[in-house]
Design a protein around this ligand. Sequence first.
Ligand code: BTN
Length: 266
Amino acid sequence: MDWDPEEVRQLTEEIPWIRDLYLYPEVGSTNDVARDLGDMGAPEGVAVLADAQTRGRGRAGRSWWTPPGRAIALSLLVRPRRPVADWPQLGMVAGLAAVEAVQGIGCPAGLKWPNDLMIPPVIGEGPSLTAWRKAGGILVESFPPAFAVIGIGINVNISPEEIPPDLREILGSLSQTLGRRIPRLAVLKGLLRAFASLYLEWNAGARLVERWAAALIMLGRPVRVLTPEGACEGIAEGVDEGGGLRVRLPDGRERRFHAGEVSLRG
Ligand code: BTN
């Protein structure tokens, strides 16, 4: 494990919102560890970081791969004072924080609805947005009214050969795009700082929906939305207050999506 426990501990001093940071060489899922801490009464601001996960989870029941030494697997415990109806917005808070952290190390970044962290395959050649790859994701698990766990995964130093060939155009990592090894601590520090600041704003009542919409890479573009009921194509026009995606269909009607997989079309 190349996380330096002392450097990681130092983050709790630099970022006062982080009350405690538990570092593990390997866990099943950091979200499960954070949930157990929440059940035991741990306070808001407790963070769980693992070098590797053996049963990492993604959205929609998918698995999430966290190989040792090369990614960030982080879960944050929050006890929001905002109404439970607003808690789905925690995904926006975390998505924005992930974008800020990645931009902070000099890599362009945006979000694919709802909260996939997307980066270009290379810097400087102006690759089209359809070529952007997923370098991270957010999994919010809520246990209202007591607490929620916000899981954030970022591929930092994963090389293309490690990614299955059929996923190489879809998944990326910061080191692939920037063409150099990236210090995970710098990304983690930026992520924790950005999250703490955005969360404090949000918990005090701020509206983040416009900032989140501005980070979405597909607004104004043709998209295909895949739902369990089938596929649907149209122009992604905007988002609603709750984060739902508004799509203008070819027949002029508007459809709103609250779940599903979106891909950019051309
Ligand atoms: C997704 O895009 O599907 C969400 C991926 C979320 C992965 C992170 S890694 C840290 C935390 N622990 C997990 O098991 N999942 C989240």
